[in-house]
Design a binder for this molecule. Structure first.
Ligand code: FAD
Ligand code: FES
Length: 345
């Protein structure tokens, strides 16, 4: 557990610089955690308090191509190779004003902030860690970056519990404490020998795909699939002609998004595909099984419980199938992994 000292506080105070957009940025200091001896699993909010204190000041992340990618830029499909750190980029902690909060669908809210320090560096698939309230909940909540246009940064969320309820009650002009950008990005896994990229979103796991759609290389064909329990959860904004599936049949195909993909890819119309996915673990596991059965690569953005979000608390581990250590830290080595390299449960 990291302990804050007066020297820490003083260094942090001196690092505060006001930005042009009115946000406050704390340049973080470099620190490392390891995946060795993971197994922390789910822990209570109280258990994680120490990690939260440390997490606000310590952060490194990888640049495009450094996560799981070898020297040729290939993402290392099935090689057992894990993210290798060759350079570091520092994430920042920012106090940012809320610009807007609106509903995208009956159940999905979009929150837009003035966060230039994060937005300028952000890449699709990365996330931000938001402290939604000064008092409670104490732990930050991670959210995928939905849009980043240089100055503005957006996330989308559904109301689940304490954190998201507090976020939904915010108003423009209020501020949030945001750390980011965190984690690796989908574009690191784009290079390779295949014909079509298939984006597969489940529920609020749609969050990174509008940003990925805008950023994807123009010479690589892609197709988008979105699934959800019902139409109120289906976000299509920022997506290119999405194929839609709902569990209750209220919109698009009646069934799971993986069933829809099985139906539509069976005739080989997309050639050799590579899947990029984010959503519930059960859906991503079904997709990974399907990808394996057809010999395709599949890269999944994992959502584990997180506390510090920067590799310190060991609370977000995922079991590796192979590799230098038994566990990988999702917040630091991911969140995006080759599904052949980790155990999805
Ligand atoms: C890398 C990463 C990216 C994420 N991106 C997004 C995003 O873009 N949009 C978004 O809405 N959420 C996202 N999440 C989940 C988000 O961080 C919150 O955990 C979630 O929204 C619930 O927070 P809460 O404080 O409202 O609920 P809590 O009060 O923490 O939880 C209330 C109850 O809901 C359960 N619960 C917590 N999370 C979920 C969940 N995801 N699904 C079902 N039940 C849950 C808890 O176990 C608990 O019983 C992401 C998580 C990770 C790790
Ligand atoms: S190590 Fe703390 S959340 Fe990943």
């Amino acid at each position: 557990m990291a302990v804050r000292t007066p020297a820490h506080e003083e260094r942090q105070r001196r690092c505060r610089v006001p930005s042009a957009a009115g946000s406050i940025s704390r340049h973080s200091v470099c620190g490392r955690g390891t995946a060795e001896g993971g197994g922390g699993g789910r822990r209570s909010e109280a258990d994680r308090r120490g990690a939260e204190g440390a997490g606000t000041r310590t952060a490194t992340t990888r640049r495009r191509g450094e996560s799981g990618a070898d020297e040729r830029g290939e993402a290392g499909v099935g090689t057992g190779r894990f993210c290798r750190r060759t350079a570091e980029r520092t994430m920042t902690q920012n106090i940012v004003p809320i610009i807007s909060l609106r509903r995208l669908t009956a159940e999905v809210h979009e929150l837009t902030m003035a966060a230039p320090h994060i937005a300028r560096d952000a890449r699709p698939g990365q996330f931000v860690n938001i402290r939604v309230d000064d008092h409670y909940p104490l732990l930050r909540r991670p959210f995928s970056i939905f849009a980043a246009d240089g100055e503005r940064l957006s996330v989308v969320f559904t109301v689940i519990g304490t954190g998201t309820r507090a976020l939904a009650a915010k108003r423009p002009g209020e501020t949030l404490d945001v750390v980011g950008p965190c984690g690796n990005d989908f574009l690191a896994f784009e290079p390779g020998e295949y014909d079509t990229a298939v984006f597969v979103a489940g529920g609020i796991g749609v969050a990174p795909f509008p940003f990925l759609t805008r950023s994807f290389p123009a010479n690589r064909p892609f197709v988008t699939y979105v699934g959800g329990r019902n139409s109120g959860l289906i976000v299509t904004e920022g997506l290119h002609e999405p194929h839609i599936a709902t569990d209750d049949g209220s919109l698009g195909f009646h069934g799971t998004v993986v069933d829809l993909i099985r139906n539509e890819t069976a005739d080989g119309r997309f050639g050799k595909v590579r899947y990029f996915t984010c959503g519930p673990t059960r859906m991503m596991k079904a997709l990974a099984d399907h990808a394996r059965s057809e010999g395709s690569a599949c890269y999944a953005s994992l959502e584990t419980d997180m506390a510090c979000g920067v590799g310190l608390c060991q609370g977000c581990n995922v079991e590796r199938k192979d590799g230098p250590s038994k566990y990988a830290l999702v917040c630091k080595e991911g969140t995006i992994f080759d599904t052949e390299q980790v155990v999805l449960r």
